[in-house]
Design a protein around this ligand. Structure first.
Ligand code: FAD
Ligand code: NAP
Length: 458
């Protein structure tokens, strides 16, 4: 074999890094890579997850774009594995496939009332404010008091987006419908709940500090939460540099709160309340709608976990978001681990449910390892998967039709309106143009039809 044909499904960072590493790998054969993406636009959660007010992180797109522009990868956007292209197609035309399909859904939270009207998953809200084409264009922002469950960075992102004044988001790339929705947001109080203590948060310091810098928002802390006798945290976590920084940030908020209570500073018009040691136990529902969250106060168990205290409180609110983790989606004809929401694998080699390796099939990124970790982690992840793939050369598929022209022909025959990398450039320039007209950097196009039309130059 002198030429290997590799299919990658998913053009998020994991898929793009895998392509890049394959091109750079030491090998004695040529390689042709086709990248299939269900959306007309590439970059996965960098475009549809990272907050619009984080332009520096969105800037990673520049490096990802360079890979796509290298000329060595064919991009087929608007092509969904399982619908437009199947495993049988991939086996017919490629030597192997890497699935890099990420995660876009919310994990569920099993407490009574969670399905009431006004109760939402963070992932759905993120998809809305980041202009994902497959979610509704409007979002019901009607609540004066809002709850957010979770102490990870997604909880911070959605809290910031909910509590910020819409005009402060205008310099970002938010779509027009999102600005219009946020402009109507009547929020005054946001309650953020963590089931463990302030030293156990999964936030990162930069993101936590940023929350306190939001204009016209006071950070409200509960002094009882800092009072827990917690030897584990004091001995183990207190040495962690990130914990030290975050403790300092929260100490500053505690001091500011005292100043406000003493009438030394003017209060802001919106407040963000931090509730630690607060385990959600039930959504209080009235007339089918969220009316509050019942929490049980917890206490440290001495080993990093918590015990229940039997003390309950109800915090009133009219809408509630759960930011307790993402969850992957199963793919046609590929095994799926329901408990973890991932494709079962060992170092990226996909295994069936009996633990046997499936030849030619690999996974990388969040669908391989679960929905934790930063964009940079998907690079080391892709490296591990690629090493396995290269080692397995003897067990790759033997494609019947390895000609490059077969794929566009197949997509034409199936009438799939696929987009190309040149099409993405057209859409990218179109969005930048829309931004320029409005005195903004970019305005995202949200409708899939319009994205496809602009990309295909129709
Ligand atoms: C809300 C949020 C904010 C984040 N912010 C940051 C941040 O600020 N900094 C940071 O470092 N990390 C951040 N992360 C983490 C980062 O986004 C992930 O580490 C990274 O995106 C995972 O990459 P991935 O390629 O595995 O998955 P994804 O980015 O999800 O990409 C998967 C791609 O596969 C495509 N796909 C799925 N199914 C199919 C199919 N059937 N056929 C074809 N294509 C398919 C999807 O459309 C998508 O484009 C954030 C995550 C979230 C959820
Ligand atoms: N700006 C950024 O860099 C950025 C932004 C967004 C996301 N990300 C990354 O993306 C990844 C995913 O983030 P994430 O926030 O979805 O996940 P995460 O970091 O794992 O946080 C999940 C949070 O949900 C809590 N939780 C889980 N189940 C719960 C339950 N049943 N009841 C109450 N609380 C529960 C967890 O509490 P416990 O800790 O007690 O389990 C934790 O606080 C992370 O690696 C994150 O750093 C990064």
């Amino acid at each position: 074999m002198s030429k290997m044909r590799l299919a990658i499904v998913g053009a998020g960072p994991a898929g793009i890094y895998a392509a890049d590493l394959m091109l750079k790998a030491e090998r004695d054969f040529e390689v042709e890579i086709d990248l299939f993406e269900q959306l007309p636009a590439p970059y996965g959660l960098v475009r549809y997850g990272v907050s619009p007010d984080h332009p520096r992180i969105k800037g990673i797109i520049t490096a990802l774009r360079e890979v796509l522009d290298s000329g060595a990868i064919r991009y087929f956007g608007n092509v969904r594995y399982g619908q437009d292209i199947t495993l049988a197609d991939l086996k017919r035309h490629y030597h192997a496939v890497i699935f890099a399909t990420g995660a876009i859904r919310d994990v569920s939270l099993n407490i009574p009332g969670i399905d009431a009207e006004g109760s939402y998953g963070a992932a759905d809200f993120v998809s809305w404010f980041d202009g994902h084409p497959d979610v509704p264009r409007t979002w019901p922002l009607e609540a004066r008091e809002v709850g957010v469950i979770g102490n990870g960075n997604v909880a911070l992102d959605i809290s910031r987006m909910l509590i910020k004044h819409a005009d402060d988001l205008l310099p970002t790339e938010i779509p027009d419908n999102v600005y219009a929705g946020l402009k109507q947001n009547p929020i005054e109080e946001l309650h953020l709940f963590g089931r463990r203590g302030p030293k156990y948060v999964k936030f990162t310091p930069l993101e936590l500090r940023e929350l306190g810098e939001v204009r016209d928002v006071d950070m409200v802390v509960d002094e009882r939460d800092f009072d827990r006798d917690d030897a584990y945290a004091d001995e183990t976590l207190a040495k962690n540099k990130q914990v030290v920084v975050m403790t300092r940030i929260m100490d500053k908020w505690r001091a500011e709160q005292q100043q406000r209570e003493a009438g030394e500073v003017e209060p802001s018009s919106r407040r963000l309340h931090l509730h630690f040691w607060s385990k959600p136990v039930e959504v209080v529902v009235e007339d089918g709608r969220v009316a509050g969250l019942k929490i049980e106060r917890t206490a440290p168990d001495g080993q990093g976990g918590v015990v229940d205290t039997g003390e309950f409180e109800i915090v009133p609110m009219q809408s509630l978001y759960r930011a307790v983790g993402y969850y992957g989606s199963p793919l046609d004809e590929i095994p799926f681990d329901d408990a973890k929401g991932v494709i079962p694998n060992a170092q990226g080699r996909v295994r069936d449910l009996e633990g046997e390796q499936i030849p030619g099939v690999y996974a990388t990124g969040w669908i391989k390892r679960g929905p934790v970790g930063l964009i940079g982690h998907t690079k080391s992840d892709a490296m591990e998967t690629l090493e396995c793939l290269l080692e397995d050369r003897a067990s790759w598929w033997q494609p019947e039709a390895p000609e490059a022209g077969a794929i566009p022909e197949l997509l034409h025959a199936r009438e799939v309106p696929y987009t190309t990398i040149e099409g993405w450039h057209r859409l990218d320039e179109h969005e930048l143009g829309l931004g320029e007209q409005a005195g903004r950097t970019r305005i995202k196009v949200v409708s899939r039809e319009e994205m496809t039309r602009v990309s295909r130059g129709e």
